[in-house]
Write a protein that binds this ligand. Structure first.
Ligand SMILES: [Fe+2]
Length: 185
């Protein structure tokens, strides 16, 4: 089970509405390299890790990724806060508005909806951890792309912090893979 703490893992206070960045940032919410995909992938894969050590790491990181989903949701909603129909149209978000008004909806930056295919689970610990290690690098790379697309310090702070967490997860998954490979998996 989970216990909810009513605070964000990293503080977010975006003061400037920016629909263009909301449209791009959504990819780390609902895209293939995003936080929702990571959270659900790890929390799903953990059941077929060979021992408690693996199950615990996948649970820890999957849980943290849920907190990152919440951060992305907060950032996107603050960036969209008070947006009018005309502003949505001007930002290319008219099709989003047609389906969801100003609500959150997990897609990538091109509007492709989240899919369960992002779970990418094989039941093989070496294959799954290799997938997860790559996923962390891809998430880091996408955060860097997003960092290059804004000058707003209120957006850059959380993005830099989230990028760093991907590096930490990459290292922890790499250690676990090495541990299993030494054990002959
Ligand atoms: Fe991660």
């Amino acid at each position: 089970m989970w216990a909810y703490e009513k605070r964000l893992q990293y503080p977010i206070n975006i003061k400037k509405k920016d629909l263009r960045m909301a449209k791009l940032l959504v990819t780390q919410y609902g895209g293939s390299n995003g936080e929702l995909a990571a959270a659900l992938r790890y929390l799903n894969q953990r059941f077929t890790m060979p021992d408690d050590k693996g199950k615990a790491l996948l649970t820890d990181i999957g849980t943290e990724e849920l907190a990152h989903v919440e951060m992305l949701e907060t950032m996107i909603s603050q960036l969209l806060d008070g947006a009018t129909v005309d502003e949505m149209k001007a930002a290319g978000l008219d099709s989003h508005y047609a389906e969801h008004k100003n609500a959150l909806y997990p897609t990538d930056a091109n509007g492709v909806p989240f899919t369960v295919a992002y779970f990418a689970t094989t039941g093989d610990p070496v294959a799954d951890l290799t997938e997860d290690i790559a996923a962390e690098q891809k998430a880091r790379a996408v955060y860097e792309n997003l960092i290059n697309l804004t000058d707003d310090p209120d957006i850059l702070g959380p993005l830099l912090w989230l990028r760093q967490r991907e590096v930490v997860h990459y290292n922890r998954f790499s250690e676990l893979l090495e541990y299993y490979q030494k054990k002959g998996y």
